[in-house]
Each structure stands twice: as C-alpha cells, then as structure tokens.
Design a binder for this molecule. Structure first.
Ligand SMILES: [Zn+2]
Length: 259
C-alpha cells in the first residue's frame, strides 16, 4: 500500500517528467472531468503532501490525486497511441513523456490557490520541506484517550504514515498499538522515528525497516502475523484496530509491545 515515501518518490518522478514542459495531451477518465483538457498548458510543479499528490499547471490549475489502496502513476516515453486499460484514470503527456495514473482514489481539478481545500486538513508532512515536529506532537497528543496506533494513522495529526510505518515504528519503540496516546512517553522520539523510516525508504523501491532488503526480511512485524518475532520468537499477532477498513489491520508482538 502506498505510504508517504512512495508518494514522495512518485511526485519526484512526475516532476522530472512533466515540469517545465507543455502538455500535449490530457485524458481524464473520470466522468466529472471527461471534457476537461489541459493540453497546451505548462506543468510547473509536482509535489506530495503526505499521501496526496498535486500536479500544478499554469493558470491556477492543480490536479489533485490520491493513490489510496492500489493506485499508481507510471511514466513512460510518450507514444501518442491511445491506451486501453480500464484501470487508467488519467493520462498527462508532453512530447517526450506520458504519465499514466491507474486506480487513483481521488482525481480532481482544483485551483492552485485553493489547494488548502484539498490538503489543508493534513498535519505536518513527515517528508515535507519544513516538517514541524512540535506541531505534529501537539496534534498527536491532543486526544490522550485515543490509541496510539489510530492516532499515528490519522493524517490530520501527521501526514505520511500508513499501516506499515505505523506498525514498525510502534514495534521499534516497544509500544502496543492500543496504548492510550496520553500514556506514551517520548511522542517526539516516536514521530521522529517514523520520519526517519520514511526518509530512509523514500529513494528506493521497497520498504525496509529491519535493514535487510531480502524478500521476507524487510519488516519486523508488518505482514508477519503468525510468524515468530525476530527479537523474542513470540508469535506476531495481527488484528483490526479502529474503524473497519482495510487500512486498519495492525501487527504487533505481544511480548515486545506490552500493552
Ligand atoms: Zn517480540
């Protein structure tokens, strides 16, 4: 599942392929924008805000997208040929490159000057250019009864953490996902660790928190329910936390993370 590191890298790839060039084609395959065309306009920037992507186009236009569970952007040399794939939601092409967005959870065209309507609710962006640790800690601690596993995933507290980095950060700090946030000492260290894990992975494909990139060795607890803890051999648990969505399955070691 795409988390902040994947979205950051995607934004950079989109920026490299599109920024400073004129779009020769745009193909929105969502009903609301079926007649929208950005052809002839210059892309000025592509950035990430947490798990959101903003592609800015001259004339106060931003294309706001979100990868959600299965979305992706692929960049390839422009072919000029129509693409047939029912998963495609948006194609943006210049005379050199085409960027193809598949299975995007959000596709909307907004004013660049009003981007805050789309991303203004987000907490400090862990991979943003001016990450505000104190503000992230303040937001995280604002609801002391709330389970830390849920609070870390709430993008209004801090932006960029998904299920994998949540589970791994809590394991590395020895914290149960159900520990009330008010009982967690060292929230700043916890947030900083999440930021470091995202930083360490943003330049590469694959998400590694153990230091071992070999298949099956990349994580401490994420995706490892039923298998032995790498530290204490206790069986790793997996279970739902918070509102029932796919994003909320969490993983933990009951011995290393007493709760
Ligand atoms: Zn353990």
């Amino acid at each position: 599942m795409p988390e902040g590191d994947v979205v950051w890298r995607t934004a950079r790839q989109l920026h490299d392929a599109l920024a400073g060039r004129v779009l020769v084609r745009s193909d929105f395959r969502v009903p609301r924008y079926a007649t929208t065309s950005l052809a002839g306009r210059v892309v000025t920037d592509a950035i990430s805000r947490g798990k959101h992507l903003l592609i800015r186009v001259e004339g106060d236009v931003s294309v706001h997208t979100h990868l959600r569970m299965d979305g992706s952007w692929r960049i390839s040399p422009a072919t000029g040929q129509p693409l047939r794939d029912h998963r495609i939601r948006l194609v943006l092409a210049n005379d050199t490159w085409q960027a193809v967005g598949q299975q995007l959870g959000i596709v909307e065209v907004i004013r660049t000057s009003q981007e805050s309507r789309a991303v203004g609710h987000l907490g400090p962006d862990l991979l943003g250019p001016a990450f505000d640790l104190a503000e992230a800690v303040r937001r995280l601690g604002a609801d002391p009864q709330r389970a830390i596993g849920e609070a870390l995933l709430d993008q209004r507290n801090l932006a960029g953490v998904g299920n994998l980095y949540k589970a791994e950060t809590l394991f590395l700090r020895g914290l149960s996902p159900w520990r009330p946030t008010g009982e967690v000492t060292g929230l700043a260290d916890l947030v900083d660790l999440a930021r470091q894990l995202l930083e360490a992975n943003k330049e590469r494909v694959g998400q590694v928190t153990t230091g071992n990139p070999a298949r099956g060795e990349q994580t401490w607890v994420y995706g490892r329910a039923g298998r032995p803890c790498r530290r204490c051999s206790t069986v790793i648990r997996g279970g739902e936390q918070g509102p029932q969505t796919e994003e909320r399955v969490t993983f933990w070691c009951p011995r290393c993370q007493p709760g």
